[in-house]
Design a protein around this ligand. Structure first.
Ligand code: GLN
Length: 496
């Protein structure tokens, strides 16, 4: 028998049991996504023979599109499909995209990426929306639930990155891409077999509307699937002509913003103000990601050039260290944060989402400051692995005060019929963050003269100069948010 919404939300203990299903489904999806991601830049440079700059830009555009598409995927779920059908459709496309990329011809690469962009748009925002629906308004266990869910994301990210990265780099690129897709199938099968435990959560808002045939005898549901396939060629085109991207993302972002403000303005003052708090959090998260995402760009090169990768006599690969360190920290630190939020909530002392965001930015600033501080102890321009990890440690404690908390806040602050769209806006902030991260990263391009690179002692100040500025801006924006918090708290009307 399917549970009712009340039965689901009245759960005893730390987590609702439905959360485990969402945890594992998202874990396998992130396995696919990060497994694939680990190979992209290496594949472009080594197999497709793109130069570094072209590879980096295409990577940035792809990542940005990946996080922009959830706006449409969230909207489609709110209006027509509901979250469950969206997750299944998105998952099918993610698996398909990986399998297409596994076809060993050059053309398959961009086609597969285009399919994955649409798939991620349908999958990513909607699974988080369902997590939020498991909780009643005001349930103090919500942030802890999102933190646990976030751990699933990062277990998948670690496993996918390591396994597909290794298979792709050592056995065959295409096998690596294909392997990523197989795990999505596991997630899809589990989700479709077990989805009944979700009771009424995530069903289409109107079954009749979905079944109705409004065009050429085709049901609206099939029409949505066909329409979403029809935009894949557009993404393939953008990836090929990546220089036009800024002309697309900016109008898209502005249009989405206007649409949210317009829709919110019709919903009464109280709802409007709550949504404006969500928008403030979204804007600050964009800044957070633009710094944090240096991890995929400038910090990778910094790790390669200015960090001693010697670990008790073994030389570690800078790519392996740099790509696994953050998800591993997330997995290790999450139990502490889950305990902390529940403990503070029981004592009625849990800080609001706005304060958590402010702390997140300050910790991110501290993380970048560690690299600047570490320069004082560098030997011939080389910082220790300990300092490198310590910087990431603070960035991850910051991430844990922002990323799962933001997902949770969006579900608290948005009215039910807009939550999918708002979740999409949350990911759109990541999309901008990715894009800005690339621009910031390019400020640290190490000049090469006549083919020779700068030495480590010459490149170190190039990085620490910008990392120092990032530290300052992050800390100041954290402070600004702290100052704004009393006002935003009023607008939240009791929501935390
Ligand atoms: N690392 C997290 C994930 O993959 C958050 C990504 C983001 O929002 N930028 O879900």
């Amino acid at each position: 028998m399917q549970p009712t919404l009340e039965q689901i939300q009245d759960f005893k203990g730390k987590y609702p049991k439905q959360l485990y299903l969402l945890f594992f489904t998202e874990m396998w999806e992130r396995f696919t996504f990060y497994g694939n991601r680990a190979l992209l830049i290496l594949f472009m440079v080594n197999y497709l023979k793109f130069d570094d700059a072209k590879g980096n830009i295409i990577y940035g555009v792809y990542q940005s599109l990946i996080y922009a598409m959830p706006v449409l995927g969230g909207m489609m779920a709110d209006k027509f499909l509901g979250q469950r059908k969206s997750i299944l459709w998105g998952g099918i496309l993610l698996a398909l995209g990986s399998f297409v990329m596994a076809i060993p011809v050059k053309e398959s690469f961009f086609i597969g990426m285009g399919i994955m962009i649409v798939g991620n748009g349908y999958f990513k925002p909607n699974i988080s929306t369902i997590v939020g629906s498991l909780y009643k308004d005001g349930d103090g266990r919500r942030d802890a639930g999102f933190s646990f869910f976030y751990m699933g994301i990062n277990i998948g990210a670690t496993l996918g990155g390591v396994l597909c990265g290794w298979v792709g780099q050592t056995i065959s690129w295409h096998l690596g891409f294909g392997l990523a897709g197989i795990f999505m199938i596991i997630g899809l099968i589990t989700f479709s077999l077990k989805q009944n435990v979700l009771g009424p959560i995530g069903l289409p808002p109107s079954k009749e509307k979905l079944k109705a045939k409004s065009f050429a005898g085709i049901s609206n549901e099939i029409l949505i699937y066909l329409l979403s396939l029809s935009i894949i060629p557009l993404f393939i085109l953008i990836l090929n002509y990546y220089k036009i991207y800024s002309y697309i993302i900016n109008p898209f972002g502005i249009a989405a913003l206007i649409y949210v403000i317009y829709t919110a303005s019709k919903l009464g003052k109280e709802v409007f103000l709550k949504l404006m708090v969500a928008m403030v959090l979204i804007v600050f998260s964009s800044l957070f990601w633009s710094f944090y995402e240096q991890g995929g760009g400038s910090l990778q090169l910094f790790a390669d050039r200015n960090v001693n990768m010697n670990f008790f006599g073994t030389h570690l690969s800078s790519a392996a260290v740099n790509n696994s360190i953050t998800p591993i920290f997330v997995v290790l630190l999450t139990p502490f944060f889950v305990w902390l939020w529940i403990w503070l909530s029981k004592k009625k002392k849990e800080p609001s989402s706005v304060i958590k965001f402010s702390l997140a930015l300050m910790q991110l600033g501290l993380g970048f400051y560690v690299y600047v501080f570490g320069a004082a102890f560098a030997k011939n321009g080389i910082e220790s692995l300990f300092i490198f990890s310590l910087g990431y440690f603070f960035m991850v404690t910051g991430e844990l005060c922002l990323s799962p908390i933001g997902l949770s806040a969006i579900t608290k602050l948005s009215p039910a019929k807009m939550v999918g769209m708002m979740m999409g806006m949350w990911f759109l902030a990541s999309s901008y963050g990715q894009y800005l991260a690339g621009l910031i990263g390019s400020l640290m391009a190490i000049p090469t003269e006549a083919g020779t690179q700068l030495s480590a002692s010459e490149s170190l100040p190039v990085y620490t100069n910008i990392y120092g500025k990032i530290a300052l801006v992050a800390a100041l924006s954290g402070l600004l948010l702290l100052l704004l918090s009393p006002l935003l708290k009023k607008w939240m009307k009791g929501a935390k």
